[in-house]
Design a protein around this ligand. Sequence first.
Ligand SMILES: Cc1cc2nc3c(=O)[nH]c(=O)nc-3n(C[C@H](O)[C@H](O)[C@H](O)COP(=O)(O)OP(=O)(O)OC[C@H]3O[C@@H](n4cnc5c(N)ncnc54)[C@H](O)[C@@H]3O)c2cc1C
Length: 384
Amino acid sequence: MYELTQEHIMLRNMVRDLAQNKVAPRAAEIDEKAEWPWDIADALASADLFGLPFPEQYGGTGTDLLSLVIVVEELAKVCASTALMIGGQGLGSFPIAIAGTEEQKQRWFPKLASGQHLAAFALTEPGAGSDPAHMSTRAVRDGDSYVLNGQKIFITHAGVAHIYTVFATVDPAKGSRGQACFVVEKGTPGFSVGKMESKMGIRASPTGELIFEDCRVPIENLLGKEGDAFKIAMQTLDKSRPAVAAQALGIAQGATDFAARYATERVQFGQPIAQFQGIQFMLADMETKTAAARELVYKAATLVQKGDREASKYSAMCKLFASDVAMEVTTNAVQILGGYGYTKEYPVERMMRDAKITQIYEGTNQIQRLVVARAMLSRFDRLS
Ligand SMILES: Cc1cc2nc3c(=O)[nH]c(=O)nc-3n(C[C@H](O)[C@H](O)[C@H](O)COP(=O)(O)OP(=O)(O)OC[C@H]3O[C@@H](n4cnc5c(N)ncnc54)[C@H](O)[C@@H]3O)c2cc1C
């Protein structure tokens, strides 16, 4: 079971202050303008928060996954886009942590840990979303380099990142065992950022297309060996899904807290609506489900950290559960605010829009259910 140490609690309090003072006042504006907030990125870097996914010897904090999860949760209480800055830094760099050599880590981690550089993870393609085994981006070996051609879509941090971990097929006949993972740096000839998405939620987080046209990547940028990529991608998602779950958890808690306060202030029929049992029951369910999600998210982060054999299942379960809770809770928060909840005057409509993505990215919740069911059933011989 997880346990919060004194360090976790101090970290949570520090980030809570930063979130309230620096992030919350900007959250509605950056959502409205769909603006990447460099000032907030600088504030997170100054607080050393980009260092959370990295060991100390590369300039990181050397802390555990639970610390990262706690930070994402606190930021997401006020702004899910800002929380994704930290989650995305983990997602984009975990392939290097999983498969990179010492030389590769020394090359890329220090600037990522300081927040000077941002990372992105590029798996999804127009024809390969839930089914990345059928990706069509090609990498062809040519002397001491690989030449990449293809397209990735829906990539978080497109344009603002310097380091892209990109998945491509080296041998289509081998399917998922014929893929390789590369680090492509911003500015590499043949690599460009294409269309940027205009989104329902997490609007301050840029999401866009990556284009590779005869993009030559040196062999030193290959992570692991040819054929390792699918495993690297799956291990990365196991490590990163608790952060998506934490984003969902933070959104749910932020919406619950806001709705509870509002209910004590809004008067109808001569009394605060918080005195109506119908509202109290909604609030009680919101708080209960959010608290249950927190237990699962923290437990999953702890199991992933330990490399427990149930880590993959718990990672999928926490993402699945916390994101479904976030969607339900934010919808009910809007309901508690009535017509005001539907307007941009209050943050709960943004929270409801932001919650939706947590059911979709890093594997939809249908895919999470497949992961959980397979992990459950694999121990029965006939179904494995
Ligand atoms: C804002 C945003 C940010 C993103 N960031 C990144 C990123 O940084 N890097 C990256 O690589 N990708 C990223 N993605 C992509 C995201 O992970 C995919 O959108 C997601 O995995 C689903 O793929 P898809 O959109 O192609 O949907 P599809 O795979 O086409 O799925 C469509 C529907 O079919 C269902 N479905 C598919 N297969 C099954 C099945 N076997 N059983 C039951 N139902 C099934 C799905 O659950 C879904 O409901 C991002 C997406 C968005 C919107």
